[in-house]
Write a protein that binds this ligand. Sequence first.
Ligand code: GDP
Length: 463
Amino acid sequence: MLTDDTIAAISTPLGEGGIGIVRLSGKDSIEIVEKIFTSPKHKSFKDLASYKVIYGHLKDPATGEEIDEVLVTVMRSPYSYTRENVVEINCHSGMVTLRKILELVLKGGTRLAEPGEFTKRAFINGRIDLTQAEAVLDLIKSKTDESRRIAIEQLQGGLSEKITTLRDGLKEICAHLEAYIDFPDDEIEIATRKDLVVSMKEIETELRKLIKTYDESRFFRDGLSTAIVGRPNVGKSSLLNALLQKDRAIVTALPGTTRDVIEEYLNINGLPLRIMDTAGIRDVQNVAEKEGVKRSLQSIENADLVIAVFDVSEPLKDEDFEVIEKIKVKNAVIVLNKCDLPSAFDKIALSSHLTPCDSPVLNISALRGDGLEELKDRIFNSSLTDWKEEREGVLITNLRHKIAIENAIASLGRAMSGFEETKPLEIIALELRDSLDRLGEIVGAVTTEDILDSIFKNFCIGK
Ligand code: GDP
């Protein structure tokens, strides 16, 4: 798995900008850049301290042509992102310049980096573990400040530490048990058996607590998938636009292209809402009305949250009742829109149809902006019921971690029942080892190329 070649990539987004960065990592990276670099003071990289920036020019050694005016930083092994020799070339950010510089260093003896390969090397070389590598990606992709905060906590090793402590606990139990296996004449005492089961139970409880945090904290990483539903003309599009105007989480499209956008992110008090089928919400003219309602109802199925919109200026219609039926089993917030107009709406009929679901119901005017702050609070509170308490501890946001913990709990459970059924100690020890390995997958103590590939393929090239 260890590689000794030198990799290179453009690490900044391709496009016109102030500064672009081409990054190299590997044992030859310093020499490769030195061959194409000249400095007015003829400073050699050999004398250049790590993290010192040097000003100069890049030239094509084949033609002598000057390519760009640059600043170069050398970070020597092991004090670098990858723990290898890393060189960063800060150049003018234009597509042609960046590509030309990349071409030069590739010709000089580097290989184009694969997606996430710099971070993968940081993992392989032991600078970070797998949860930290994954946190790098979460950080890059974070949609709100709270998402960023959760990612940085993981990057700083919060989850690694927790998993390592639990693994240490399991290792201790294993060692205890294996001592009895090695000396079969020593009968394991009933009191010791009980103690071991208590220790296992404690670890299981901690693992279950971690899993529980996933239900809500995953929303901060992946976004809370949200369907805004209701019959045509109730004000779905107006509501979405009113919220986006103030609380758009990230710019997802250039102006004028919004019709093609199918995903938008809203920042609701730090919680990123991924609005599903925004094209369907906005583009009513292009979707036949019946089709529009059908799509709207379908989006309810996969939603973590439904915002159901009704128009109080009109009496309830059959299509409204269809919506009500669908949202009863969902996490829903019910919005009575157009409260600036005289009401022709039967609230009692609505509540009797909603029973027994107790979703919050609130009046708003998307047009005037009334009630939007309260709507945001309701969305936050109804989607995150245990959040305050859970936020204090270590969180898991990643499905891969959740599955690994579930597998670890299953093996641990078999080990505990093995004790009760007085199965041979060897069998119990095997289950414990398996539990240990499943947790090892999370931090990368136990790993396979498949696991690594599936993680790093989601990175961009250059990270
Ligand atoms: P959609 O089909 O559910 O997306 O509904 P639209 O957002 O396109 O709104 C339908 C019509 O209702 C438009 O003419 C909006 O201007 C109007 N509308 C939306 N919200 C309000 C509101 O709060 N008050 C009033 N008076 N009109 C609204």
